[in-house]
Ligand binder design. Structure first.
Ligand SMILES: Nc1nc2c(c(=O)[nH]1)N[C@H]1C(S)=C(S)[C@@H](COP(=O)(O)OP(=O)(O)OC[C@H]3O[C@@H](n4cnc5c(=O)[nH]c(N)nc54)[C@H](O)[C@@H]3O)O[C@H]1N2
Ligand SMILES: Nc1nc2c(c(=O)[nH]1)N[C@H]1C(S)=C(S)[C@@H](COP(=O)(O)OP(=O)(O)OC[C@H]3O[C@@H](n4cnc5c(=O)[nH]c(N)nc54)[C@H](O)[C@@H]3O)O[C@H]1N2
Ligand SMILES: [Mo]
Length: 776
C-alpha cells in the first residue's frame, strides 16, 4: 500500500485521476506513506489530525510506532480531501524526528546561546517584561506570532497580550499571508469569514484563480479541479498569473498580466460585465450598496485601456469577461499574486464585486475563496493574536470591546482600543526606533520571511531589543535571540484549527515532544501565571490549563459572533471536520455563508466600518451608518494606481517571488525531509526564453539578481514566465548553508512597502537587474 502508492508522488504530486462530473461526489482516494519497511498492519495506533503545511485542512491520521511518528494516511471520510494527502504532508512528518530539534531552553550568556532550565529561561523573560512595564509601560512589549499555532494558543495569547499586559503591539505573520483575505472580506461583507466551500468545485462551470498557483500550494484541492477537468462537462478555468504555472497550463484561458496590474485587470473585466448586462440587478438592488460608484469608476476602464495597462491581449480579456459574465456557477479563488502585490485589498475586493454584481454567492458552485495560506491563519484572525479582536469584534465599536471585557472579566479600559492595533511592519519600525524593547516571536522566522532582510537582521540584533523566540528548530531568527524556548510540534500536542473553507479539525497528540520541549499553550499559560496576570476579581486571568479548557472558553467568546463555535466539542470533532458557524441550531455546521443574501454588515454587528481602498484611511461609525444603514454587502470601487517601485533604466525587470511545490516557507520542516529537500534543494531564478537570449544566458547559468536593497545569486531556469519578469522562490535562507554570505534569500531584495488597507507587505513586485555571474 505504502510505497506502491506514494513513491511516485514527488514526480506526480497530484496522484492518479479520479474523474467526476458536475454535481457528483468527488471520489475517495486514500493516500498513505509510512516509514521505510513499515506496513500498515505494523502500526501501533493511528491518531486523528489534519495537514499543517498549507491551508487546505486535509484530514489525516498519524501513524505511531514505538512512541514515534512513523507515517500518515488520509481520512477517506473527511469532507475536505476525501482521503488524499499532499506530498509535503506525506513526507514532511519526518522533520518531527529530526536530530536537531530544539530540546532545551537556551539563554544568551556572553554573546552565546547556552542551555538553561525552563525556570531560568522563563525567569529571564518575565523579569524583562516586568522591568519594561515599570520603566515604560505596555507600549514597550510586542508579540509577533504565526499562522501555524492552534486556536487554543492564539486565544490564550490574545487574552494575555490584549487583556493582561494591555499592549496593542500584537500581530502575526498572517500579516504577510492573509491580512488581505481578511481585509477584503471585511470590506465587502462587513466581516471576515469565507463565503464559499471547497465543494463548490464539484458544481462550478467556471473557476477563476487569481494570483493563485493552487497546483503547487494546495495540491489536494487542485486534484479536485483536475478530476473535474478529466470528467464529463468540465468547467472552464481562468488563470491570472504572470508565470506559466501548472494552473496556467491546465487553464482554458491564461491571462499573464504584468505584475502589479491586478486592479486594472479587474476593473476592465467588471466594465465589460456591466456593459454587457451580465449582472443580476435584482440581487444588487436587494442586497448591496455602492453599485453606482463601481459603475462610475469602471466606466473609465474599457478593455482597450485595461489591456494596455496589464499588457495582455484585449481579446483575451474579452473572452475572460464573457466566460465570467455568462457563467451559471462561478467559483473564484484569490491568493498571493493579488494579496502581496500592488493595491492588494482593492484588487481582492473587485473579485468579491464580480460575485456581488452577478448574484453568485451562497449557492452550490457559486463561491468566493479569499484563500488562506498557512494552516491556522484563520484561527489567528478569529482569536485575536494578530491585530484583530477575538470573535471578529470591531475595535472601533466600544460595545464590542465592552462585551469582550465582560467575557474576560476585566475593565474595558484595560483592552487597548484607543488606536488601531499595530501591524507587523510597524512593530518592526518601532523596534528599530527602540520604542518597542521586548519582542516575543512564536512560530515564525522573520529573519527569512520579512522583506529587506538586512534591515530585519539589524533590528533583531539590536542590543536594546530583548528577543524571545519560540520554535521547533534552530533558525536564522533563533540565532539572534536572547532567549530561545523549545516548542512541541504538530503531533506532539493537541489543538483545533480551521482551514480556508471554515472546516474545523482537531489534531490530537500522538507522541511526546523531544527533550523538555513543551506545547506553546503550556508555555503561554506558565508565562501568564509567572507574571501574576489576574482578572478584575483577582482570579487568574487565564482560567484554563489544557487545550480543551481553552477551546471551551473560546466557544463562549465566539458565541453569537459570525465565527460561532458554540455547537462544537472535541468529541464531535473527533468524528471529522465541521464548518463554522456551528451552533445548537446548526449542529452539523454551515457549508456556505450568505445563502439568503444576509450579511454580517449591520453597523452594530460588523467587524469594521471599512477603509478607503486607495489611502487606507479608516471610516468612522457615522460614515458607515450613513452608507450602509441596513447592513448590506458593500461594493467598493478603486482606481488603478501604479506600484511605487517600478522598473526603470538601472533596474529594468519586475522581480516577483513565491513558492515551490516541495518546500514550505523557510524550510524548517521540508528542508529536513529527505524526499522534499532533494526535490527542490537550491534557490533558482526564472526568466523567459526571450530575456535569457537577449542577455546571452542559458539554462543553468549563474545569474545575479540585484535590487536597490541587495543581491541574490542563483542558477537560471528558462520558463514560460512573461518577458520582463524575474521570479525567485523565497524558501532559501541560511540555516543549512555554510559561510556567512547573504546572497541566497529572496527577501534580501524585496521592498519595505505594504498595501494601505490590509498592511500586507508587497512581495510580488520590485524593480530588479539581472546579470550573468561567473561560476567561482
Ligand atoms: N508548496 C507549498 N505550498 C504552500 C506554501 C509553501 O510554502 N509551499 N505556503 C502556504 C502559504 S502560507 C501560502 S500564503 C500559500 C501561497 O500560495 P500561492 O499564492 O498560490 O503562492 P505564491 O507562489 O506565493 O504566489 C502565487 C502566484 O502569484 C503569481 N504572481 C506574482 N505577481 C503577481 C501579480 O502581480 N499578479 C498576479 N495575478 N499574480 C502574480 C506568482 O507568479 C505565483 O505563481 O501557499 C500555501 N501552500
Ligand atoms: N519574498 C517572499 N516572502 C514571503 C512570502 C512570499 O511569497 N515571498 N510569503 C509570505 C507568507 S504568505 C508567509 S505565510 C510567510 C511565512 O514565513 P514564516 O512564518 O517565517 O515561515 P516558516 O518557515 O513557516 O516559519 C514558521 C516557524 O515556526 C516554526 N513552527 C512550526 N510549528 C510550530 C509550533 O507549533 N510552535 C512553534 N513555536 N513554532 C512552530 C517553524 O519551525 C518555523 O521556524 O512568509 C512570507 N514571506
Ligand atoms: Mo502565507
Amino acid at each position: 500500500m505504502r510505497n506502491r502508492m506514494t513513491t511516485g508522488r514527488i514526480a506526480d504530486p497530484w496522484g492518479a485521476r479520479t474523474p467526476y462530473g458536475p454535481g457528483e461526489p468527488w471520489p475517495v482516494r486514500v493516500d498513505c506513506h509510512l516509514a521505510e519497511g513499515l506496513e500498515p498492519g505494523d502500526v501501533d495506533f493511528w491518531v486523528p489530525s489534519a495537514a499543517v503545511l498549507h491551508s487546505n485542512g486535509d484530514g489525516l491520521e498519524i501513524a505511531v510506532k514505538d512512541g514515534r511518528i512513523a507515517g500518515v494516511r488520509g481520512r477517506a471520510g473527511d469532507r475536505v480531501n476525501h482521503g488524499r494527502v499532499d506530498p509535503k504532508d506525506l513526507f514532511g512528518w519526518q522533520a518531527n524526528n529530526s536530530p536537531d530539534r530544539l530540546t532545551r531552553p537556551l539563554v544568551r550568556e556572553n554573546g552565546r546561546l547556552v542551555e538553561a532550565s525552563w525556570d531560568t529561561a522563563l525567569g529571564r523573560v518575565t523579569g524583562r517584561v516586568r522591568e519594561l512595564l515599570d520603566e515604560q509601560g505596555p507600549s514597550a512589549l510586542a508579540f509577533y506570532t504565526s499562522g501555524q499555532l492552534f486556536l487554543e494558543e492564539y486565544y490564550t495569547l490574545g487574552l494575555i497580550a490584549h487583556g493582561g499586559l494591555g499592549t496593542n503591539h500584537v500581530d502575526g505573520n498572517t500579516r504577510l499571508c492573509t491580512a488581505t483575505a481578511a481585509a477584503a472580506l471585511k470590506e465587502s461583507f462587513g466581516c471576515d469569514g469565507q463565503p464559499g466551500s471547497y465543494a463548490d468545485i464539484d458544481h462550478a462551470d467556471v473557476i477563476c484563480l487569481y494570483g493563485h498557483n493552487m497546483a503547487a500550494t494546495q495540491t489536494v484541492t487542485w486534484s479536485r479541479i483536475l478530476d473535474r477537468l478529466a470528467g464529463p462537462r468540465p468547467p472552464a478555468v481562468i488563470c491570472v498569473d504572470p508565470r506559466t504555472t501548472p494552473v496556467a497550463e491546465a487553464a482554458t484561458l491564461h491571462l499573464a498580466n504584468r505584475p502589479g496590474s491586478n486592479v486594472a485587470l479587474m476593473n476592465g473585466l467588471l466594465h465589460e460585465i456591466i456593459e454587457n448586462g451580465w449582472i443580476d440587478q435584482a440581487y444588487i438592488d436587494a442586497h448591496t450598496v455602492g453599485f453606482d460608484e463601481l459603475r462610475r469608476v469602471v466606466s473609465d476602464y474599457p478593455l482597450e485601456k485595461a489591456a494596455l495597462i496589464c499588457e495582455v491581449p484585449e481579446d483575451d480579456l474579452r473572452r475572460a469577461a464573457e466566460l465570467i459574465g455568462t457563467a451559471e456557477r462561478l467559483l473564484s479563488t484569490v491568493l498571493q499574486g493579488f494579496y502581496q502585490a500592488n493595491q492588494a485589498t482593492a484588487a481582492a475586493v473587485q473579485v468579491n464585486n464580480v460575485h456581488l454584481v452577478r448574484g453568485m454567492l451562497g449557492r452550490p458552485g457559486c463561491g468566493v475563496l479569499q484563500m488562506n495560506g498557512q494552516p491556522t491563519a484563520q484561527n489567528n484572525r478569529e482569536c485575536g493574536a494578530d491585530g484583530d479582536l477575538p470573535g471578529f469584534r470591531n475595535w472601533s465599536n466600544p460595545a464590542h470591546v465592552a462585551d469582550l471585557a465582560r467575557i474576560w472579566n476585566i475593565d474595558p479600559l484595560d483592552i487597548p482600543s484607543y488606536s488601531p492595533p499595530t501591524h507587523a511592519m510597524q512593530i518592526f519600525r518601532y523596534a528599530e526606533e527602540a520604542s518597542i524593547r521586548f519582542l516575543y516571536v512564536i512560530g515564525t522566522n522573520p529573519a527569512v520571511s520579512l522583506p529587506e532582510l538586512r534591515r530585519i537582521r539589524e533590528i533583531l540584533s539590536r542590543e536594546d531589543l530583548f528577543l524571545v523566540v519560540q520554535d521547533l528548530f534552530p533558525t536564522e531568527t533563533t540565532d539572534l535571540a536572547d532567549v530561545v524556548l523549545p516548542a512541541a510540534a504538530w503531533g506532539e500536542k493537541t489543538g483545533a484549527f480551521t482551514n480556508t473553507d471554515r472546516t474545523v479539525h482537531l489534531s490530537e497528540q500522538a507522541v511526546e515532544p523531544p527533550g523538555v520541549a513543551r506545547s506553546d499553550l503550556d508555555i503561554l499559560v506558565e508565562f501568564a501565571a509567572r507574571l501574576g496576570l489576574t482578572d478584575r476579581d483577582g482570579a487568574p486571568l487565564v482560567k484554563w490549563h489544557d487545550p480543551e479548557g481553552a477551546f471551551e472558553a473560546w466557544k463562549e467568546c465566539s458565541r453569537g459572533r459570525p465565527c460561532d463555535y458554540s455547537g462544537l466539542t472535541y468529541e464531535r470533532l473527533r468524528e471529522g471536520g465541521v464548518q463554522w458557524p456551528c451552533t445548537d441550531e446548526r449542529p452539523d455546521g454551515t457549508e456556505r455563508l450568505y445563502a439568503d443574501g444576509e450579511f454580517p454588515a449591520d453597523p452594530d454587528y460588523c467587524e469594521t466600518y471599512g477603509r478607503d481602498l486607495i489611502t487606507g484611511a479608516p471610516f468612522e461609525a457615522t460614515d458607515y451608518r450613513a452608507l450602509n444603514p441596513e447592513g448590506r454587502a458593500v461594493i467598493r470601487a478603486a482606481e488603478y494606481v501604479a506600484p511605487h517601485e517600478s522598473p526603470g533604466d538601472d533596474f529594468p525587470f519586475w522581480l516577483t517571488t513565491g513558492r515551490s511545490l516541495y518546500q514550505f516557507h523557510t524550510r524548517t520542516k521540508t528542508g529536513r525531509t529527505p524526499e522534499l529537500q532533494a526535490a527542490a534543494p537550491e534557490v533558482w531564478a526564472e526568466l523567459s526564453a526571450a530575456d535569457a537570449e537577449r542577455l546571452g544566458l542559458a539554462e543553468g547559468d549563474l545569474v545575479r539578481v540585484t535590487t536597490p536593497r541587495g543581491a541574490v545569486t542563483a542558477p537560471l531556469r528558462v520558463t514560460g514566465i512573461r518577458p520582463g519578469v524575474v521570479f525567485l522562490p523565497f524558501h532559501y535562507g541560511y540555516w543549512d548553508r555554510d559561510g556567512d554570505g547573504h546572497d541566497r534569500a529572496a527577501n534580501e531584495l524585496t521592498v519595505t512597502d505594504w498595501d494601505p488597507v490590509s498592511k500586507q507587505p508587497i512581495f510580488k513586485t520590485a524593480a530588479a537587474r539581472v546579470e550573468k555571474e561567473e561560476r567561482p
